[in-house]
Design a protein around this ligand. Sequence first.
Ligand code: COA
Length: 171
Amino acid sequence: MSSTSPVKIREYDVHDFVGLTELVAEFFTFHRRLTGRGPLPPEEAATLIPQDMLQESSYVLVAEPPDGKDIVGFCRVELHEGAYFLREIGVTENWRIRGVGTALLRTAEDYIKEAGKTNLYLSVVPRNIDAIRFFVRRGYDIINTLELRTEGPDEKIQRTPLHFLGLQFRY
Ligand SMILES: CC(C)(COP(=O)(O)OP(=O)(O)OC[C@H]1O[C@@H](n2cnc3c(N)ncnc32)[C@H](O)[C@@H]1OP(=O)(O)O)[C@@H](O)C(=O)NCCC(=O)NCCS
């Protein structure tokens, strides 16, 4: 737990399932909106969590507020081919900018250190400038891999051109 954050960071427990479903729906809705797509309904989040997120290779942390009621943030670290990846980190909107995200990130870093690793890898959508700033200010300033893809038919957004490494990309 961060010294400035009012929340308690702890490992996910099955009793957190409903709260996690809401946070995961909010997290993916936020990301889908960045690419011009519609929301992720909570019922789809409830399917996605056991299928994709609560695997043996995953470690899920949650942020519990002082009243011990609904969790207000979560993050998931996944072990993949010997390296730890921060797959998702999300704080519910009215709890942001109060140190919760930092507390989750620092606790995830402590976890990988205990597992004998020093590097935590993460991906962030280029349009998500607030999150990029958040990570860079916390030491994540090495561009490790470029993840590229083609455009989906349901993405209704105007993309910005970007010149990098002598090539033209869009984001
Ligand atoms: C990124 C995120 C997890 C940060 O959580 P948080 O609880 O707000 O983080 P903290 O309060 O610890 O730190 C917030 C920092 O980011 C800045 N920040 C975050 N969101 C911001 C916003 N929307 N506008 C302006 N500044 C913002 C704060 O000013 C603060 O800056 P600092 O570096 O000077 O401390 C949260 O904004 C979030 O859930 N975003 C949506 C999901 C997402 O983008 N996840 C990351 C990609 S996987």
